[in-house]
Write a protein that binds this ligand. Structure first.
Ligand SMILES: Cc1cc2nc3c(=O)[nH]c(=O)nc-3n(C[C@H](O)[C@H](O)[C@H](O)COP(=O)(O)OP(=O)(O)OC[C@H]3O[C@@H](n4cnc5c(N)ncnc54)[C@H](O)[C@@H]3O)c2cc1C
Length: 507
C-alpha cells in the first residue's frame, strides 16, 4: 500500500492543473493515477495539427452512443487516454466562458461561481493562449470571415477573450505555440515543466482506477490496476480528487457504489451512498455539417484546419450567442457519407452547433464489471419544443447565406451536402439530425448545485454531497453548458479546486 496526501484520479485537463498546483508546496505529496501513457516526446500527440490522427486510435477510449432515434446513432465519442487528457487530443480552441455562462451556474445553485468570482482564474492559467497566428491564417478562412461579416452584419472579432460578445466572426484564440504548432495542453503547461523536478509529485501512468474505497462516509483511497494487471491500493491521507472526465467520473463513482440506488441494485453493485444525480444531466454541443466542393485545392497553411468561427444571436433577448459555427478547411463528410454523399477532392465545411442545447442525456452502467464501457445516451434532439433541431435548421440556412456572399462565394463550386435540392424545413431537419456530430464536449454528469438540489452531486466546494475527503473537479461538475467551447472552463475549475484545497486566494 502507498499513501500520499492527495490522490488525483485522472491526469487530464483539470487533473494536471490540480496536481501541479498542489505540489508547489514541497511538503504535500500527490499521486496522479492516469489511465494513459505520457505525452512527453510524442509528436503524434504534441503537434496540434495531427489531432484528427488521434481519433479512434490507441490513445482514445472511443465511447459509442446508444441508439438515438432522432439523431445520429453512429457518433463515437473520443475521450483521450493520455497524460493531459482531452487537452492532449483536442483542437485547443480557447474561450473563457462568457459572464452569462458563469452567472447561469450561480443561478443554478453554484454559489461563488458567478462571473465576477470566476474571472481571476483565467488570469492564472499557465497555457499559452494566443490568437491563430498570421502565418496559420488560411486564405479561404480569411474569406469566410469577410463573407460572414458582409452577409450577417456581425462584428469582426480579433481576440474573442478580450471582452464578452453576443455575436461575431473571426479567428479563434488557441492554446498553442505557433512557432512549432506544439500544443499548450494542460500537461504541457502544468506538468512538463515540473514533473522531473518535484519529488513530491508521483505520476502513475497506464494505471486504471476501478474502485474508490470508503470507510463509512469518508473516502480513504483508490483501488487501481497497473498495465501489467497488478492490483494496488493507493491511500489518500487528506483527499481523493476525482478528475476522470464527464464519462469516467460517474462511471468510477457508480462502480464504487455511489449513484442511483435502483440502478446499482439492479446490477448487483452494493450501494455505498445513494446519489440519484450521478450520470444524469449529460450535456453536449451537438453540431451538423454543410459541405461544399471548392473550385480547386485550398492553400496548405493552418493551425489545425478549423481556425475560424462565427457566433450568431438569433433571439435578441438571449444571453449570449445562440448559434455557433466552426469553419473547416476540409470537406468533413464522415457522417454525410453514411447517407450516400460523396467526399469531394477539395472542399470546405461549416458546422452549425447549439451553444445552449435543451436536450439532456444520461451516462449509466450496463454491467457490474468495471471493464465494460458505460452507456452514453445523449437523447439528442429530444427536447419538447425541438429547439435543438430547429437551431440546426437555422444554421444551415445561415451557412448558405454566407456561402453566397463574396469573397467566399468565388471559391465554391457546389454544395455537396445536404445539396441545393434539400430546402424545406422538415427535410433540412431530417438531414441535419441524421448527420449530426459532436464537438466532443460531454459535461454535466456530476453536476454542482445547492444543498436542496436532489440531483446535485457536488456542492459548490466540489465535495461530493454526503461524503468526506472526496471532491470532483472536471467537466462533469458543470451544472449547465457554457455557450463556448469548454476546455478553458475546465482548466478554471481545476484552478479553483486547487485554491479550495490550498486556501490560497487569487484575488
Ligand atoms: C477531439 C476533441 C476536440 C475538442 N476540442 C475542443 C476545443 O477545441 N476547445 C475546447 O474548449 N474543448 C474541446 N474539447 C473538449 C475538451 O477537451 C474537454 O471538455 C476537456 O478537456 C475535458 O477535461 P476533463 O478534465 O473533464 O477530462 P479529460 O481531459 O478527459 O481528463 C480525464 C483523464 O482521466 C483519465 N482517466 C479516466 N478514467 C480513469 C480511470 N478510471 N483511471 C485512471 N485514469 C482515468 C483519462 O485518461 C484522462 O487523462 C474537445 C474534446 C475532444 C475529445
Amino acid at each position: 500500500m502507498s499513501q500520499y496526501d492527495y490522490v488525483v484520479v485522472g491526469g487530464g485537463t483539470a487533473g494536471s492543473v490540480i496536481a501541479s498546483r498542489l505540489t508547489e508546496n514541497p511538503d504535500v505529496t500527490v499521486a496522479v493515477i492516469e489511465g494513459g501513457p505520457s505525452d512527453v516526446d510524442r509528436p503524434d500527440v504534441l503537434t496540434l495539427r495531427r489531432w484528427m490522427g488521434l481519433l479512434g486510435g490507441d490513445l482514445d477510449y472511443d465511447y459509442p452512443t446508444t441508439e438515438q432515434p432522432r439523431g445520429n446513432s453512429h457518433i463515437r465519442h473520443s475521450r483521450a487516454k493520455v497524460l493531459g487528457g482531452c487537452s492532449s487530443h483536442n483542437t485547443l480552441i480557447a474561450f473563457k466562458p462568457l459572464p452569462s455562462d458563469w452567472d447561469e451556474w450561480a443561478a443554478n445553485g453554484a454559489e461563488g461561481w458567478d462571473a465576477a468570482a470566476m474571472d481571476p482564474y483565467f488570469g492564472k492559467l499557465l497555457n499559452n493562449v494566443v490568437p491563430v497566428d498570421e502565418k496559420d491564417r488560411n486564405a479561404i478562412a480569411r474569406d469566410f470571415v469577410d463573407a460572414a461579416q458582409a452577409a450577417l452584419g456581425v462584428p469582426r472579432v480579433e481576440g474573442f477573450n478580450k471582452k464578452p460578445f453576443d455575436d461575431g466572426v473571426g479567428f479563434f484564440d488557441l492554446a498553442y505555440h505557433p512557432e512549432n504548432n506544439k500544443r499548450s495542453s494542460a500537461s504541457v503547461a502544468y506538468l512538463h515543466p515540473v514533473m522531473d523536478q518535484r519529488p513530491n509529485l508521483h505520476i502513475l501512468l497506464e494505471t486504471w482506477a476501478y474502485r474508490l474505497e470508503l470507510e463509512g462516509t469518508r473516502a480513504r483511497g483508490v483501488h487501481v490496476r497497473t498495465k501489467d494487471g497488478e492490483e494496488q491500493y493507493i491511500e489518500a491521507a487528506r483527499e481523493v480528487l476525482v478528475c476522470a472526465g464527464a464519462v469516467d467520473t460517474p462511471r468510477l463513482l457508480m462502480h464504487s457504489g455511489i449513484g442511483p440506488r435502483k440502478d446499482l441494485e439492479a446490477l448487483g453493485i452494493p450501494v455505498v451512498h445513494d446519489l440519484p444525480g450521478v450520470g444524469e444531466n449529460l450535456l453536449d454541443h451537438p453540431e451538423s455539417v454543410i459541405v461544399w466542393e471548392t473550385n480547386g485545392p485550398i492553400p496548405e497553411n493552418s493551425a489545425m484546419d478549423s481556425d475560424a468561427g462565427l457566433f450568431v444571436r438569433r433571439d435578441p433577448e438571449h444571453q449570449g450567442p445562440d448559434l455557433m459555427f466552426h469553419f473547416y478547411q476540409i470537406p468533413f463528410t464522415d457522417n454525410p457519407e453514411r447517407l450516400g454523399y460523396q467526399r469531394p477532392e477539395h472542399g470546405v465545411s461549416m458546422t452549425p452547433n447549439i451553444p445552449k442545447p435543451k436536450s439532456r442525456g444520461r451516462v449509466y452502467l450496463t454491467s457490474a464489471d468495471p471493464e465494460v464501457k458505460p452507456a452514453l445516451d445523449f437523447r439528442y434532439f429530444t427536447d419538447e419544443d425541438d429547439y435543438d433541431g430547429r437551431t440546426l435548421v437555422d444554421g444551415i440556412k445561415i451557412a448558405r447565406e454566407i456561402a453566397k456572399t463574396e469573397p467566399l462565394a468565388n471559391w465554391l463550386k457546389r454544395e455537396v451536402a445536404p445539396g441545393p435540392d434539400v430546402n424545406d424545413d422538415e427535410a433540412l431537419s431530417e438531414y441535419a439530425r441524421k448527420v449530426a456530430h459532436t464537438v466532443y464536449h460531454p459535461a454535466g454528469t456530476c453536476r454542482m448545485g445547492s444543498s436542496t438540489d436532489e440531483l446535485a452531486v457536488v456542492a459548490p466546494d466540489l465535495k461530493i454531497r454526503g461524503l468526506d475527503g472526496i471532491r470532483i473537479a472536471d467537466a462533469s461538475v458543470f451544472p449547465t453548458m457554457p455557450a463556448v467551447n469548454p476546455m478553458i472552463g475546465v482548466l478554471m475549475v481545476g484552478e479553483k479546486c486547487a485554491e479550495l484545497l490550498t486556501g490560497s486566494d487569487v484575488r
